[in-house]
Design a protein around this ligand. Structure first.
Ligand code: SF4
Length: 595
């Protein structure tokens, strides 16, 4: 029995699908003939990698799903014209290109894919669906089932979590079965039942149209999983001319060292809709991670790896990363992490090969961070940016606003402090928080309605309340956009200054009792400061981590607290210290590298 696992547009074409790679390896390990098909690459090659990336990266407006809706639903498709483009205000060449892609590129892609000769020998087609992959997958499944009625189609992935999967299974005729939850155990069990001619609905986590099923239980022993197999991605990408010019070594290869979220299991960040079926945190042993990286590096000739984990296992800071820093591994790693990392921990990450970090900073206001239930203060976020700059780690982050309970002062204060942070990496973006299914905000949102784009994708009769992931709502105490305008302007300036060559800098050198600070953040106010005695001591009390006032008072004894308060106020006024309620953190980073 042959199975083909398919990744349709608009999954990123820049790296292989870990879902496909892992399930292929699991299936093969159980003795099944399982192939993969990165069909997303075919569309990227057809319409151009840059245009493809633009559509794939813009998840909210659902343009990718809209492009395939006519092929997925035929005459039932709700927007055969250009209603979505009108609503989004897309005009000119971009509009023409999208309409041409829908009229010409999408049908041609599906004809080529469905017309491939080997489908006649395939019994099971599996589709993994996350953002903007639904309608492309339905469209291909529809064509395949028309031409190969024997084919069994199985759908799964985050796009089928919870009620979304139940509604899609109920409405889309091209779906035979849905695997809900983690498929590591359910997938090979399903193949076994199908091979034996049994009832697939007997497999935990597998639903038929006439029989719902709770999600498969979370997989506990991640060490027992095989390394993903990405051969087909690289073969196909090379054949289609989509590999970077420098070859496969430029590709950031996805790997998995943990699942779930240890923070979310205790305090679910209010905006987060990830991990719908379980937050329960599990991780691989450090040696298992190193073994997997070595296997993938040797197999696919790349040293760049992107962890798909939602959050770093803090135990890796004293196990995996020191082991990776032994001088024999020169990997470049990307990880997502919680932001309250110390200097020592950032150093461990850097020495262990982490060159890119996504720490989920989200705000420079402790009040707003508390409203998000992020479990981190603004001073810790700033401190992370400092040490990431010092240790050469690229930080991907953004600023969100629009949280119930926030005040105009929260944003006026952030706008005021941003110019002092010019030497630190700015956010990649900023904007109003969006409402995701499965998030705490979703549960309490007032007048919640599926985002309007869904009406341009799914036919009448589909219950959008059940299948949508992005929602609009009517927050009770929403602040007007003008409140955020000064912060937005300050962030634009920050991003522009960051592109300066050389980059803005703020560094310090010190010796006992002496401190020199060189300030090159802004050309028109560049200069140097030298401090000595207790004034220098106050600053040095805050250079490693955010320091609480009692600790600084103790360090400065017998100077009275009032003296310390005055010095801190002066440093803060000069933009050399960031104050966050009872915490103070120096903004300068050491001038001497590598410590
Ligand atoms: S935003 Fe990140 S840290 Fe927060 S609950 Fe979601 S996955 Fe966990």
């Amino acid at each position: 029995m042959r199975t083909v696992l398919v990744a349709m547009p608009f999954m990123s074409a820049d790296r292989p699908s870990i879902q496909l790679g892992l399930l292929r390896a699991i299936g093969a390990g159980h003795g099944f003939d399982v192939g993969t098909l990165h069909a997303n690459l075919d569309l990227a090659a057809r319409i151009g990698a840059d245009f493809y990336r633009t559509i794939a990266d813009a998840r909210g407006p659902l343009i990718g799903d809209w492009l395939f809706a006519v092929e997925a639903f035929g005459e039932q498709a709700p927007d055969p014209g250009a209603g979505l483009l009108d609503e989004l205000g897309i005009t000119g060449p971009e509009r023409d290109r999208l309409l041409r892609a829908r009229a010409e590129d999408v049908p041609a892609l599906l004809t080529d894919l469905a017309g491939a000769p080997d489908w006649a020998d395939v019994q099971v087609a599996g589709f993994t669906c996350t953002f903007q992959q639904n309608t492309a997958s339905f469209a291909l499944a529809r064509r395949l089932k028309a031409e190969h009625p024997h084919l069994i189609t199985v759908f799964g992935g985050a796009g089928f979590d919870g009620g979304m999967g139940r509604e899609l299974l109920r409405r889309v005729a091209a779906i035979d079965l849905v695997v809900s939850g983690e498929a590591d155990t359910a997938f090979p069990a399903l193949l076994r039942v199908l091979a034996d001619g049994g009832d697939p609905a007997t497999v935990p986590g597998v639903a038929r149209r006439d029989r719902a099923a709770p999600p498969a239980p979370p997989h506990r022993d991640l060490d027992a999983l095989p390394a993903p197999d990405y051969h087909e991605y690289f073969d196909r990408a090379e054949r289609l001319g989509l590999l970077p010019e420098a070859g496969s070594g430029e590709v950031w290869l996805p790997f998995e060292s943990s699942r779930g979220c240890w923070w979310g299991a205790r305090h679910h960040c209010t905006f987060c809709g990830l991990n719908a079926t379980t937050m329960s945190y599990r991780s691989k042993s450090p040696q298992r991670v190193l073994d997997e990286l070595a296997t993938l590096a040797g197999r696919h000739r790349t040293l760049r790896f992107e962890a798909v984990d939602n959050i770093l296992d803090m135990r890796y800071l004293t196990s995996l990363f020191p082991a990776a820093a032994d001088g024999r591994h020169d990997y470049e790693l990307f990880y997502e992490a919680k932001a309250n990392l110390t200097r020592e921990q950032v150093r461990a990450l850097a020495h262990g090969g982490v060159t890119r970090l996504q720490p989920g900073l989200e705000s420079l206001s402790s009040h707003v961070l508390a409203l998000m239930d992020k479990g981190v203060r603004a001073a810790q976020n700033v401190n992370l940016l400092r040490w990431a700059r010092y240790y050469g780690i690229d930080v991907a982050w953004s600023i969100l606003w629009g949280f119930p309970g926030e005040t105009p002062d929260d944003y006026a204060e952030q706008a005021a402090v941003v110019p002092h942070l010019a030497h630190l990496q700015p956010p990649e973006g900023s904007g109003r928080v969006w409402l995701e299914r499965f998030s705490p905000l979703f549960a309490t949102a007032r007048n919640r309605t599926p985002q309007r784009s869904y009406r341009h994708v799914y036919p009448a009769g589909f219950d959008l309340d059940r299948l949508a992931y992005f929602f609009d709502h009517d927050p009770a105490d929403e602040l007007p956009d003008e409140v955020y305008a000064p912060l937005r302007t300050a962030l634009d300036t920050w991003s522009r200054d960051w592109r300066r060559d050389p980059r803005p800098s703020l560094t310090y050198r010190s010796a006992p009792g002496v401190l020199r600070i060189d300030d090159d953040r802004h050309p028109d106010s560049a200069g140097a400061y030298t401090f000595s005695g207790p004034i220098a001591e106050v600053y040095l009390a805050c250079v490693d981590r955010p320091a609480g006032l009692p600790a600084i008072y103790r360090r400065l004894r017998p100077k009275p607290p009032g003296y310390v308060d005055e010095v801190l106020a002066e440093f803060t006024a000069r933009g050399l210290i960031f104050r966050d309620g009872p915490l103070a953190v120096a903004l300068a980073v050491p001038a001497v590298p590598g410590r």
